[in-house]
Design a protein around this ligand. Structure first.
Ligand code: BES
Ligand code: MN
Ligand code: ZN
Length: 483
């Protein structure tokens, strides 16, 4: 999608749709006002009214887009209105979209452009027979801005964000026969062109480090497990203590010997959504040259049943030295994170660690499909994450970590077991991970609920991979850990 910022007086491109974002209750002049009155269009949030061959405007089509009440119209509202405008005309056959906002300073204009970029994301590389009339036709968006130059100058960090979210969504959308640990690592390695440093550890290196917990998960797969270390040193002092993000990257989760039911198992290709979010975060930090030192670590494995797979009841020794009785091979994400988090703090001594993982089905039961769960040992870090979540429209809810539940994962024969009872399953999972965090601020985001969307009410998130986490983490880094 090509983005331009233009002055109100600038001529519309050929074959263009004009989208006018309308506040609720605002007067709509001319024939469009009559059309609105004849179709109960009030400007309420989410409403659109499509008027082909409009009179008195220089466009092939006019779309009125409701933005809700003036008091509630904020930057997210501008994003959503622009995304709704795009959806209203994307397959119209027209090639350009021009958007007029009720407020068009650089902040609003650029967020509208971001909204269109995010809404226009599609994963269509494996479609070979889609009829032309079903394909989106809009290739260019013009946003009318008070000062086009100011908007253009402010846009690059948001364009970098849109690129990174797309990168993350692509990773999640890829099927597991294409995106296995080595291929995932290769795609991240290619980000060195943005200025990131990427190191890849294979199974021999991880064995040397004693990562028996992570390696046990990948043991039944013919695909080699990988640990990827991504570094962005953008702070004035390149040696200053970094902050760190760790992602669960289970490229496919069959459950292993504790195998999952067949129905819906195909969804488990996106069990690497945490790792994809961390990779996307590093992408945007490099893309916008963030002034922070940041480490991203991805634990990449495939969880398969096999003659060589780990069994329920096996005991593995993690890099921390702690032993784990594997009661259920389907509780594999925590086993991956145990070694990835330990390695992270051991090697980098970060200021804090945040992990992201599609960790438990139980978080979906707790919070539904819009909210991710936040578990943390630190109030300040939690406050920062929650603030960023609200600003970026990626909902997050803090969950308790009651210490009295911790004994539920004590084992009869090892230091701990990898599952507890079903009630509070997301909490036990978080308490398990916490046993691999030593005295530093840490937060765990359980994104099993949000990494993938069914048809969505949020117009900037198409059905499928959401890229959840990239925006939130990028915002937190920008507001709290730069400069
Ligand atoms: N990857 C799954 C969690 C998951 C479930 C993500 C549904 C997205 C949608 C995870 O590895 C898993 O299998 N967790 C088990 C844990 C249980 C065995 C303690 C679960 O949630 O059922
Ligand atoms: Mn599992
Ligand atoms: Zn899993």
């Amino acid at each position: 999608m090509e983005i331009e910022f233009v002055a109100q007086a600038a001529a519309s491109p050929e074959k263009a749709a004009l989208a006018r974002v309308v506040l609720e209750g605002a007067e709509i002049a001319g024939p469009a006002g009559q059309a609105a009155a004849a179709s109960r269009f009030t400007g309420a949030k989410g409403q659109t009214l499509d008027i082909p061959a409009p009179q008195g405007v220089d466009a092939a089509r006019l779309v009125l887009v409701g933005a809700g009440k003036a008091e509630g119209f904020d930057l997210l509202g501008a994003e959503h209105a622009a995304a709704n405008a795009y959806h209203a005309v994307k397959t119209s056959g027209l090639e350009a979209l021009r958007i007029e906002l009720p407020t068009a300073d650089a902040d609003f204009a650029t967020r509208a452009a971001l909204g269109v970029r995010l809404a226009a994301y599609r994963f269509d590389k494996y479609r070979t027979k889609e009829p032309a009339e079903k394909k989106p036709s809009i290739v260019k968006t013009q946003v009318v801005a008070d000062s086009p130059d100011a908007a253009l100058a402010a846009f690059p960090p948001l364009a970098a964000l849109a690129d990174a979210v797309s990168f993350s969504r692509d990773l999640v959308s890829e099927p597991a026969n294409i995106l296995y640990p080595v291929e995932f690592a290769r795609r991240v390695k290619a980000l060195e062109s943005l200025g990131l440093e990427v190191e890849i550890l294979g199974e021999p290196e991880m064995a040397k480090l004693g990562m028996g917990s992570l390696l046990g998960v990948g043991q039944g797969s013919v695909r080699e497990s990988q640990l990827v270390v991504i570094r962005w040193n953008g702070a004035a002092d390149a040696a200053a203590q970094p902050i760190a993000f760790v992602g669960k990257g289970v490229c496919f989760d069959t459950g292993g010997i504790s195998i999952k039911a067949a129905e819906g198992m195909e969804d488990m290709k996106w069990d690497m959504g945490g790792a994809a979010a961390v990779a996307g975060l590093m992408h945007v930090l490099a893309g916008r040259k963030a002034k922070a030192n940041v480490v991203g670590i991805l634990g990449l494995v495939e969880n398969m049943p096999d003659g060589n797979a780990q069994r329920p009841g096996d005991v593995v020794t993690s890099m921390s030295g702690q032993t784990i009785e594997v009661i259920n091979t389907d509780a594999e994400g925590r086993l991956v994170l145990a070694d990835a988090l330990w390695y992270c703090q051991d090697r980098f001594k970060p200021k804090f660690m945040v992990d992201l993982a599609t960790l438990t089905g139980a978080i979906i039961i707790s919070l539904g499909l819009d909210y991710a769960g936040l578990f943390s040992n630190n109030d300040e870090l939690s406050t920062n994450l929650l603030a960023a979540s609200a600003t970026e429209g990626e909902p997050l809810w803090r969950m308790p970590m009651p210490s009295q539940y911790d004994k539920n994962i004590d084992s009869m024969i090892a230091d701990m077991k990898n599952t507890g009872p079903r009630p509070g399953g997301s909490i036990t999972a978080a308490l398990f991970i916490q046993r691999f965090v030593n005295n530093l601020p840490w937060a765990h985001l359980d994104i099993a609920s949000t990494a993938w969307k069914k048809p969505s009410a949020v117009p900037t998130i198409p059905e499928g991979a959401t890229g959840y986490g990239v925006r939130l983490l990028n915002r937190m880094v920008a507001e709290k850990y730069e400069g």
